[in-house]
Design a protein around this ligand. Structure first.
Ligand code: NAD
Ligand code: MG
Length: 306
């Protein structure tokens, strides 16, 4: 049985409320899913905004490609974008088809177009094919969200294989380079590129040496590309999430014994729900952030960050 979020009693993100109690502090039971995990099997279920994100027309008529859009943060961004009036192309791995279909259905319920494009971002040729297929399916492209990522916790450097190191780098940073390069053929002035980095870019966990270093690279790539593309009217920014409850965490992203405590060490005292990130991506995609360039927006429950 699917555990898809069915709570339609939630308040929306624009209602005045206490952020500490907006969501309960969860204590996820120990659980394991093969990589990549599925949202539909996550306990407890997440809020990706299906019942809580209220759009106000901030991305009317926009055309967005989002990687890793089937689940977690990418799914929440896809729902937020669609509610704000954008059509969305979604990339994800073929094994994630069930999660992706759910998000496509929600996008279409908003009266927006959903273009599903499954494929593996470690495949160099696929990265540029993906961009072409998104531009064709949407009739153009003016938002790119590089959000896909892989995170596998390993206790010591001795146990970190070269294979894992390479795969993490191929997924998390080489794909961003390849997709961004391919997207430049399509993005008109006014477009926005948003990369998903992490608090790990500044505060690396000792179990995430490969992953955390890709996130530092993403921050640096974001700033360099922001300077390069600013004169062309294309803004590049990043979002750095803290601990968010997503399938990444149960498909070996965290040591299993740490799951019940996940996110409790933040000043706000709880893990974030994916939809709490959507407004950050909407802001950076929308023309209202016209003078925000090369910024990393930290959304992490209050953990001090540079
Ligand atoms: P998630 O598992 O829901 O999303 C990650 C997605 O990456 C997967 O759904 C999958 O579609 C995609 N992906 C992985 N390998 C791929 C490949 N080879 N080809 C194509 N797609 C691939 O988890 P999430 O937490 O929503 O992660 C989204 C992003 O947020 C990642 O970049 C992650 O590093 C980042 N992040 C997450 C957290 C957190 O606490 N959850 C914190 C900081 C940053
Ligand atoms: Mg997924």
């Amino acid at each position: 049985m699917s555990n898809q979020d069915s709570d339609n009693t939630r308040t929306d993100q624009l209602t005045f409320q206490n952020p500490v109690t907006r969501y309960p502090s969860i204590s996820p039971p120990k659980q394991d899913q093969p990589e990549p995990g599925l949202d539909r099997e996550l306990e407890p279920a997440t809020d990706r905004g299906q019942y809580s994100y209220r759009g106000t027309g901030r991305l009317e008529g926009r055309k967005a490609l989002i990687t890793g859009a089937d689940s977690g943060i990418g799914a929440a961004v896809a729902i937020g974008f669609a509610r704000e009036g954008a059509d969305v192309a979604l990339n994800y791995l073929p094994d994630e088809q069930a999660d992706a279909e759910e998000i496509c259905r929600i996008i279409e319920e908003c009266g927006r177009k959903a273009v599903p494009i499954p494929g593996d971002l470690t495949d160099v040729g696929f990265c540029s094919e993906l961009v072409g297929a998104a531009a064709e399916g949407l009739g153009g492209l003016d938002i790119l969200v590089n959000n896909a990522g892989r995170q596998i916790a390993v206790e010591s450097l001795q146990d970190l294989t070269e294979e894992q190191w390479t795969r993490t780098y191929e997924t998390n940073i080489r794909a961003i380079f390849l997709i961004t390069k391919a997207a430049l053929e399509h993005l008109p002035p006014g477009s926005a590129i948003i990369n998903t980095t992490s608090i790990q870019a500044y505060s690396p966990s000792p179990t995430l040496i490969d992953y955390a270093s890709t996130k530092a690279a993403i921050n640096n790539f974001t700033k360099g590309m922001a300077v390069q593309l600013a004169p062309k009217g294309i803004r590049v920014n990043a979002v750095a999430p803290g601990p968010f409850w997503t399938p990444l965490q149960v498909s070996d992203g965290q040591p299993k014994d740490k799951l019940p405590e996940f996110g409790k060490n933040t000043p706000i005292g709880r893990a974030g729900q994916p939809t709490e990130l959507a407004p950050a991506y909407v802001f950076l995609a929308s023309p209202e952030s016209s003078y925000v360039i090369g910024e990393t927006l930290n959304v992490n429950g209050g953990m001090p960050s540079p």
